[in-house]
Design a protein around this ligand. Sequence first.
Ligand code: ADP
Length: 433
Amino acid sequence: MDKATLRSLSRFFVLMLVAVLIGLIQGEILFYLLLALAGYLLWHLWHLYRFEAWVKGGAKEDTPDFPGAWGDIVSFIIRTKRRSRERKQRYKELIRQFRVSSSALPDGTVLLAKNNQIIWFNKAARGMLGLNKSSDRGQRIENLLRRPDFIEYLREESPKDRLVIPAPHEPGRHYSIELVPYGQAQGQRLMLIKDVTREVLSEKMRRDFVANASHELRTPLTVLTGYLESMHEDDSLDTCWSGPIEEMQTQTARMTEIVTDLLTLSRLEAPETVMESQPVNVVAMLSALRKNALAIPGCPATIEVEASSRARLLGDESDLYSAFGNLVENAVKYTPEDGRIRLCWSDGDKGSAVFSVSDTGLGIDAKDIPRVTERFYRVDKGRARNTGGTGLGLAIVNHVLNRHEAELSIASEQGTGSAFSCVFPAQRVLREE
Ligand code: ADP
């Protein structure tokens, strides 16, 4: 029991005692007790009325004096109010600072509620997306930035990558958009907009440089190949030249292959390249792949083909053929003649379909598996030189699969063999009813 309650109780008992004493003297105990109780009640009712008026008046600090327990309640309310006012003030200052600092940010920030409604945006976002401070709050962002790729990106539950789009109001500029979930409420997201024009331009320059350099190398290589061919067939040349000429022919053929692969990669990387999408008969492709593989010198005699799925694939037939062909060619290159290769087209999980090439060849060490799709990455330089690879085959496969929303999974063990699987999502797979 606190002091204030003790004080109130002792006051009450003193009053009752006085009433009993007067009652004893006057011979009317009950009357005086009731009189004291009624007085006590009236006193409290009066202060209750004053208290109510004080609260309704806004519970101001310059309050009239309240006696006893009432005084304690009033000062408690004043203290709590003061604390909450100070807290509010602190939050206000924090919000003000957040707004000032986010206005100074060069990147755009938009707070999105569930249903992609705009809650707030900073100054940079206003300029970048052309948002209007007074009329665009509460609007849905997809109504203001109407692009199919952006709408698709908004729909993704947990987008992995950022989206790069041309700036809506500034031709020649590019913005990247990233969505980050925030806060407790479901569906709230922070949209971060960054100017990536420099990045996009330097990436384009790199692509153009590789494409142009490769293109320029084609003519000299054709001339060299032609001269070497004539020299090879020229009987008047001293026989001591036949070795170097053959070596030069091998090297020019390799360079031609590298140039061709680089041009293929540039074409696949170019965002403006439109992908053909038609139903592709993978089952028919399997036999053609097998036939081509058997024609490669040193190919293992056993190439099994298994087509447990009848599904067709929605995509670009020639790109898919070149990707699958690369995988088969690798299996041939890295499997000894007495080994086995297996080509498979089967149904996967959740409506997906899988094209896989497995072999009983050299295999790849676990540490190299994540890197084999990088350009020019070779597990073993000597091995690649002997087999005549360009180091670009799996990079091409990866690009083709990305364009088909598919993924490449690699399972391999050194000395045992490898399995390369291309997993195509359900939206790319056509199955007849
Ligand atoms: P390359 O033209 O050198 O074969 P790729 O990009 O096709 O280039 O492959 C990269 C590297 O991955 C190769 O150098 C090779 O070491 C390894 N590799 C690819 N496929 C296989 C396979 N089926 N078995 C063993 N190693 C492989």
